[in-house]
Design a protein around this ligand. Structure first.
Ligand SMILES: *[C@@H]1O[C@H](CO)[C@@H](O)[C@H](O)[C@H]1NC(C)=O
Ligand SMILES: *[C@@H]1O[C@H](CO)[C@@H](O)[C@H](O)[C@H]1NC(C)=O
Ligand SMILES: *[C@@H]1O[C@H](CO)[C@@H](O)[C@H](O)[C@H]1NC(C)=O
Ligand SMILES: *[C@@H]1O[C@H](CO)[C@@H](O)[C@H](O)[C@H]1NC(C)=O
Ligand SMILES: *[C@@H]1O[C@H](CO)[C@@H](O)[C@H](O)[C@H]1NC(C)=O
Length: 465
């Protein structure tokens, strides 16, 4: 199996001694576990294809970007243990989005008034003149969520090791006038610039049960003014975390720079719903006159809407890869072990394999595929010739014993007339599948793969379509 991550292990002990914090976040805080250092990460179940740090806790992807031909990836990371806490922006770079070199954390609590109690998620924007800038959520001394700016110290360094925070931080903060909930104001997106020359950014929030994407505008990226209306909001959706707002081409798989607006373009708004811990998106129109986003008719903006992924996949974020003219999606896979098992294992969390993302020809949904670079990890190939599968039959694929394999498979179904007729009462396929289970027999299915199967199929993991 290939070694997909090249890691230089570095130990550091940032921010010890800030005491116990009671923060409003979507993570349960295990005070006894968040600084418990595992001796070494147990290698047995580590992934070979996915991005993961050598050890400790990782959650949201932050500020992915390409700079001077080098990919940068940052992520929420606990340098001191395999449970959530002490969060910094860890940093890695790569030439191919597959093989990574890790660096010291780019951002960690250091500014008393702006982020001394935490450096939470945010995004990168490439400013004119090829200057990257981060907007990120800081936790201030009162534990209020505020938005801050950081820029590279040395633009000649392609690795962008050192970052300098704006002396004006925080740039956006809850006040009694703007009535923003100080515990529900986080995760700025990549900013985009309008034809009026002003930058725009949205930040996840809520008022009571209404989720919202608060809009701010700025002429200089430093002074930000809150717009009267959010870019979008929806009732009964709860807190919107990690919003992502980007343009997609109609009839073209190429990605677009986040500031692209105009003919032949639709927009996508993705939200991570804190209540359900899933990522949902809608396809719609960005109305520049009113500075609002309107989902298309039929594109549902609540937890029965479309998802990128129907497994564990949260706090996702895209970036425009200007080198390969594609939009690339990152997402955090929250493994589902118990907190004590995470500590025993030595790490918690992996990133899903980066995917290219584009609008389907129907204009109603997105399509995605793992980035082609992932194929560079392929080694021994095993092939199963085309076979007709009879109902109830199982065909063994010989020659694979790996716990991890990259599988390409296609099924051709000839007798769709035997499929069940869609019942108009099935308005929520997610709910229906969770009630019925994946292995329920129907007119043409199920079909798919049984993996990690024992000799006589007493045990297996199924992946049905
Ligand atoms: C900036 O980075 C470049 C390239 O790594 C390096 O040669 C130069 O010395 C750096 N400048 C400073 C002031 O550190
Ligand atoms: C503000 O957000 C916190 C955290 O979700 C919540 O407990 C509180 O009820 C919210 N306050 C208002 C006025 O919505
Ligand atoms: C798709 O977009 C790319 C980049 O903007 C452009 O070079 C290409 O010609 C477009 N393809 C089609 C089929 O329009
Ligand atoms: C989600 O939105 C759809 C379409 O607007 C609506 O029919 C449905 O009731 C909503 N679901 C919830 C849980 O609010
Ligand atoms: C992560 O998994 C744990 C355990 O299954 C769960 O309690 C938590 O809500 C999950 N968080 C997210 C963001 O998926």
């Amino acid at each position: 199996m290939a070694n997909s991550c090249l890691w230089l292990i570095c130990l550091f002990s940032l921010m010890l001694g800030h005491g116990v914090l009671q923060l409003e976040a979507s993570h349960i805080v295990y005070d006894n576990l968040k600084t418990l250092q595992p001796a070494t990460a147990n290698p047995t179940y580590r992934t070979s294809y996915h991005f993961q740090p050598p050890k400790n806790w990782m959650n949201d992807p932050n500020g992915p970007m390409i700079y001077k031909g080098l990919y940068h990836f940052f992520y929420q990371y606990n340098p001191n243990g395999a449970a959530w806490g002490n969060i910094v922006w860890a940093h890695s770079t790569s030439k191919d989005l597959i093989n990574w070199v890790s660096h010291d954390p780019a951002i960690y609590p250091s500014q008393e008034a702006a982020d001394i109690n935490g450096c939470w998620s945010g995004s990168a924007t490439i400013l004119p003149g090829d200057k990257p800038a981060f907007l990120y959520t800081g936790i201030d001394p009162k534990n209020s969520q505020v938005q801050n700016l950081a820029m590279p110290k040395n633009l000649s360094d392609p690795h962008l090791i050192e970052w300098v925070k704006s002396p004006n931080n925080p740039l956006m903060a809850p006040t009694t006038v703007n009535k923003i909930n100080a515990s529900s104001f986080r995760d700025p997106t990549t900013a985009w610039i309008g034809p009026d020359g002003r930058w725009r950014v949205i930040i996840g929030s809520k008022i009571n049960r209404r989720g919202l994407a608060i809009l701010y505008r700025s002429k200089d990226f430093v002074h930000w003014i809150k717009a009267k209306h959010p870019l979008h909001s929806a009732k009964d959706t709860g807190m919107w975390e990690c919003p992502d707002f980007f343009p997609v081409s109609i009839n073209n798989q190429s990605g677009l720079d986040t500031s692209m607006i105009g003919l032949g373009i639709k927009h996508v708004l993705k939200l991570s719903l804190d209540d359900t811990k899933h990522d949902y998106y809608t396809v719609g129109t960005y109305n520049l006159v009113k500075d609002i986003y309107i989902p298309d008719k039929g594109s549902v903006d609540n937890d029965s809407g479309l998802r990128y992924d129907y497994g564990k996949f949260y706090a996702s974020k895209t970036f425009y890869d200007s080198a390969k003219k594609r939009r690339v999606l990152w997402g955090w896979i929250n493994e589902s072990l118990s907190e004590t098992d995470f500590v025993k294992q030595g790490w918690a969390g992996v990133q899903a394999i980066p995917r290219s993302l584009w609008l389907d020809r129907s204009g109603k949904q997105l399509l995605q595929w793992p980035i082609v670079e992932i194929e560079s990890l392929r080694q021994k190939q095993v092939k199963l010739p085309s076979t007709v599968l009879k109902k109830g039959s199982v065909q063994e694929v010989l020659g694979v014993t790996a716990a991890q394999a990259d599988v390409e498979i296609s099924f051709e179904v000839k007798e769709f007339d035997k499929a069940e007729v869609l019942d108009p009462s099935w308005t929520n396929p997610q709910l229906l599948c969770s009630r019925k289970g994946a292995s329920v027999k129907g007119g043409v299915g199920p079909f798919g793969l049984l993996v990690l199967a024992s000799k006589h199929l007493q045990e297996y993991t199924c992946s049905f379509l």
